[in-house]
Design a protein around this ligand. Structure first.
Ligand code: ATP
Ligand code: MG
Length: 283
């Protein structure tokens, strides 16, 4: 069988998390920095390490079956690919920013102004949909220094913490798009069965990340109250303990509810609460 190919970023902000995700899917491969292709020893898959800008086209053209890339890059390259799964990392937003002392405070005031960006396609669509005519100056990097150099009145750039903008004396005032890393594919892939298997592995790792395995002890007297606080994957397991009238409850709960639930459980009489990470959840 012809191996699948998945394209991930060779180096940069998405590389480490993409490699970690694939390793957590149980795939064994060498993360060579020097090689462009790495075979997976225990699944019919090859990993292609590429510049992120090239990933959407490789997937569209069928050179790779799957890819991991930021939504911003997909929108900018305007390719036809299928979004398979949001991956929860590489979160950022594309924002318009101006210098702290700029008089521009609203979108309408960008009319007739110049904006430097590495995302001309997305910015152009955004400006058109807001009926703003501005001069888009496409540059290939270090966008944040352009207002200071007098190259543009504003910038449109990716922001995660906002630290880079701040340290360059810039303030954001409009959101163009928000983005995160996504798994992409193509309609009509020859290896549809393998693609589906890999998607399922990815989803089981993501589900596990969002949840915790919780074990706690409770007296039978308080069991009902505690069970009401614990919606499990199916339903919690209740196991008798050596001490009569006490049971252990095992369940899986979403990480986001975690601290809330723990204090409610304690109030309801739960003791010896143990919380464990989960590796995979296969439904
Ligand atoms: P390459 O060499 O592969 O072309 P790059 O320099 O274009 O890399 P990176 O800076 O590594 O790209 O960013 C990769 C992706 O990480 C971005 O396209 C975006 O989706 C995401 N990202 C998350 N936070 C940020 C941020 N603060 N700035 C830029 N990109 C971010
Ligand atoms: Mg790039």
């Amino acid at each position: 069988m012809k191996p699948l190919k998945i394209a991930i970023q060779k180096s940069g902000r998405l590389n480490e998390k993409s490699v970690e995700l694939l390793k957590n899917c149980g795939l064994n491969f060498e993360n060579y920095k020097s090689s462009l292709i790495s075979p997976v020893s225990n699944f019919p898959l090859e990993i292609l390490f590429l510049r992120d800008d090239d990933i959407p086209e490789y997937v569209q053209d069928g050179i790779a079956d799957l890819g991991i890339v930021g939504e911003n890059v997909i929108q900018e390259t305007e390719v036809e690919v299928t979004y398979l799964q949001k991956l929860g990392f590489g979160k950022c937003s594309l924002k318009i920013a101006v210098q702290n002392n700029s008089s521009i405070e609203s979108l309408a005031e960008l009319d007739g102004k110049s904006i430097a960006t590495t995302y001309p396609v997305i910015l152009d669509k955004f400006l058109k949909s807001n009926n703003i005519q501005a001069d888009i100056r496409t540059i290939s990097g270090s966008v944040e220094i352009s207002p200071g150099l007098g190259l543009s009145d504003a910038i449109c750039d990716l922001v995660s913490t906002g630290g880079t903008l701040k340290s360059n004396g810039l303030k954001p005032f409009a959101d163009v798009m928000s983005s995160e890393a996504v798994l992409i594919g193509r309609k009509g892939s020859e290896n549809e069965d393998l693609v589906q298997e890999l998607i399922q592995r990815v989803q089981s790792v993501l589900r596990a990340k969002e949840t915790k395995y919780v074990v706690l002890n409770v007296s039978r007297h308080n069991l009902d109250t505690v069970l009401q606080l614990l919606p499990g994957v199916k339903s919690p397991s209740v196991v008798p303990l050596a001490e009569e009238d006490w049971v252990a409850v095992h369940t899986v709960i979403p990480e986001r509810d975690f601290w809330d639930r723990i204090s409610q459980l304690k109030q309801a009489g739960a003791q010896g609460i143990v919380v464990m990470p989960i590796e995979k959840i296969i439904l």
